[in-house]
Ligand binder design. Structure first.
Ligand code: SF4
Ligand code: SF4
Length: 243
């Protein structure tokens, strides 16, 4: 028989888990696990890095803080929250993962996620791909013109930008205007069909927010505040956040 993979020495201390519980309403129910495994059965990150949500939680319960705070698995969790919906005890594993991410130094976090967050901070549209607001506006107007010309049923289609006082402010993932601009059109058609009064904005137009995934709270807040200010500055009632 081989050596055990994990050896518990002395009493169990769950410093990290206890700290996270203090932050969450009802302690995120972190002490209520039945070990049923439902969370892991539907998790897209199960099996990666030899980890899954149940195992991650069990390790936190057992005080294996060093192991869970250094595993790359925390960056493979998509924050989809499927585990919470599957869990009979509604245990907030994504927050446990998020708080683990927060303990990483910025320079050690995945470069792709941090780079996308940095781009969002640098651009007035908060585009993780670094797309400028001028380019976004140009692409929207160009695609609209093309669709109106080519599709008989779309002659009256609109895709306003910076329309003051509209009912809805719509945002858009940067990927579409940058790499798949035609993908913006179906939503325009739906909004047009239901007679919605909507607009894009040149400020805060990008829907994604990688600063959240990077667990950089200050940057996350800055991005959200910029987006909210854009909505308020145009005097718009509702923000349609598509992400
Ligand atoms: S939030 Fe993370 S741990 Fe939960 S199901 Fe999604 S990927 Fe898995
Ligand atoms: S679904 Fe909930 S109760 Fe079941 S193992 Fe996962 S965290 Fe524990």
């Amino acid at each position: 028989m081989g050596e055990p993979a994990i050896v518990l020495e002395g009493g169990v201390k769950s410093a990290f888990k206890d700290k996270v519980m203090e932050l969450l309403p009802e302690g995120g129910n972190l002490n209520m696990c039945l070990t049923c495994g439902l969370c892991s059965s539907g998790c897209p990150a199960t099996g990666l890095e030899d980890m899954d949500p149940r195992k991650f939680l069990r390790m936190a319960m057992l005080g294996l803080d060093e192991e869970i705070l250094k595993t790359d698995w925390v960056w493979m969790c998509t924050m989809c929250q499927r585990c919470i919906y599957a869990c009979p005890m509604q245990i907030n594993i994504p927050q446990l993962v998020y708080q683990a991410r927060k303990t990483w130094k910025r320079e050690d976090k995945p470069k792709g996620i941090i780079g996308s967050c940095d781009q969002a901070i640098r651009t007035e549209g908060n585009s993780a791909m670094g797309a400028s607001s001028e380019d976004f506006k140009f692409v929207v107007e160009d695609i609209l013109e093309e669709v109106c010309e080519e599709q008989e049923s779309c002659k009256n289609l609109v895709a306003p930008v910076n329309k003051k006082g509209a009912e809805f402010f719509l945002n858009q993932n940067s990927r579409e205007p940058v790499t798949e601009p035609d993908e913006m059109v179906p939503l325009w058609k739906i909004l047009n069909y239901v007679g919605a009064d909507w607009t894009y904005g040149t400020v805060g137009w990008a829907a994604e927010n990688y600063c959240m995934f990077a667990a950089e709270d200050d940057d996350w807040e800055q991005v959200v505040r910029n987006k909210m200010k854009a909505v308020e500055d145009l005097g718009i009632k509702s923000w349609l956040n598509t992400e």
